[in-house]
Design a protein around this ligand. Structure first.
Ligand code: KE4
Length: 428
């Protein structure tokens, strides 16, 4: 490595101008310590910091860059689009095109609305579910992150009370009270709350594969159980597929696991790296959305031509035959390599993967929800993170984040990653 003095200088300057020196908290490396890297550019599977160091990148902008960075077709399409102006505040054919592609890939959705982030997508979907059912309460799961809307920054209430308490200052208790937080994969807990309180419950929202506590897979029957109980009590089932959408398969986790929600939230991949979120669902639910229906939701830059262009180009490439088989091969090669490296180094880890999202937990116990994920050795993870970075491999700067692979990751990248992992794990 050529040192990281320019990153250090920039970070010091940024801290005087931007809270924590970053525009999104996880980028500040607080969970792993050390100095966040300032990136100058990226190409394919690599990112390059301002000091000229190159890294094989498994963060991929937290999911969007599934084709790899600066894919030539995306760059070319954006260059042509930018010549036509960047935003009109009026409908375009591009929005029709992307909506068509999304609805074709997600048959559970009859209509879809574009927004500018995953936060907006989930916040809006919940408002629509409340408008549709005329009920106020929502159920979410511990560890699932759905963006930073007030009613979602809520943790489980203490003991018996199922009502949430704020998980961040600034969230009024009155908001939190309407959010019930339960343990992921715990169908019994869901049944107990729903059978008692269903008349007040508008929706259940979840990440079908939880990417915000690392990578936690749904237990057999969990998604099916949620589908059954929500159907029975007229509760809207919302899959937050902002991370899993077009990632665990082209049709997302709902295709991967064969469970159809009433509403779906998307983001990340469908913007190809530009700001896009989306929410959609059954026609009778989406007919509630303004201006067709009474539930208000709007956005100056929603569906803007550049983001639509990047999204359309990305999905076109992803929809090609054989794409997800190639992605699966890469994911499997990395999984086998990292598991073998840990075994040879004598380090206890648990590795979970769904398509091309994955996580190595530094624990020898099974991880199936927030509490079991929290048992992982975060100090050991921090040392692993630092060691990998030194060897030119950029993994997520937190034990509780997912890693991602792109179409641009080569066998050579994966071999180098596995070698680095073995070296670092040996030193742990
Ligand atoms: P955004 O508002 O950040 O576009 O999306 C929020 C969101 C919603 N749902 C899921 C399942 C998500 O993973 C996210 C955002 N994911 C984080 C990564 N853990 C984004 C990274 C960040 O916050 O900087």
């Amino acid at each position: 490595m050529k040192g990281i003095n320019k990153s250090k200088r920039l970070f010091r300057k940024a801290q005087g101008l931007i809270p924590g020196g970053v525009n999104s908290p996880v980028r500040a490396f607080k969970a792993v310590g050390g100095q966040p890297l300032f990136i100058s550019h990226a190409k394919g599977s690599k990112i390059y910091d301002v000091d000229g160091n190159a890294y094989i990148d498994y963060v991929l902008s937290w999911g969007p860059m599934i084709l790899g960075h600066a894919h030539p077709s995306v760059v070319k399409a954006l260059k042509a689009a930018i010549e036509k102006g960047t935003s009109y505040g009026a409908p375009t054919e591009l929005e029709v095109k992307l909506a068509e592609m999304v609805l074709k890939a997600y048959p559970s959705m009859d209509k879809v609305r574009m927004v500018n982030s995953g936060t907006e997508a989930t916040m809006s979907a919940i408002r629509v579910a409340r408008g549709f059912t005329k009920r106020d309460r929502i159920i979410k799961f511990e560890g699932c992150y759905h963006g930073h809307a007030d009613g979602l920054l809520v943790k489980a209430g203490s003991g018996a009370t199922t009502f949430g308490v704020p998980d961040s200052p600034g969230v009024p208790r009155s908001y939190a009270r309407n959010t019930i937080t339960l343990p992921f994969n715990d169908l019994k807990a869901v049944k107990a709350v729903v059978e008692k309180d269903w008349k007040n419950i508008a929706c259940i929202i979840l990440e079908p594969v939880v990417g915000n506590i690392g990578c936690v897979l749904p237990k057999r029957g969990f998604l099916e159980g949620l589908r059954k109980i929500t159907k029975k009590y007229g509760i809207v089932l919302i899959f937050d597929e902002v991370m899993t959408g077009f990632r665990v398969s082209y049709g997302g986790a709902q295709a991967y696991y064969g469970v159809e929600p009433d509403m779906t939230c998307l983001g990340k991949v469908i913007g190809g790296g530009l700001p896009v979120g989306a929410y959609g669902g059954k026609a009778e639910i989406m007919s509630m959305v303004s201006p067709e229906g009474p539930v208000y939701q709007a956005g100056t830059l929603s569906g803007n031509p550049l983001a639509m262009t990047a999204g359309i180009t990305t999905l076109k490439i992803l929809s090609r035959k054989g794409t997800y088989e190639r992605l699966e091969q890469k994911g499997l090669a990395l999984e086998e390599g990292l598991k073998d490296a840990a075994k040879r180094a004598g380090v206890k880890t648990r590795f979970y993967r769904a398509g091309t999202m994955f996580c190595t937990y530094f624990t020898d116990r099974e991880v199936y929800d927030y509490q079991t994920a929290k048992q992982a050795d975060t100090e050991r993870f921090a040392r692993f993170f630092a060691g990998m970075l030194k060897r030119g491999v950029n993994i997520a700067p937190s034990q509780f984040e997912a890693g991602f692979i792109s179409l641009a990751h080569t066998d050579k990248d994966i071999e180098k990653t596995v070698r680095a992992a073995y070296d670092v794990m040996k030193s742990l």
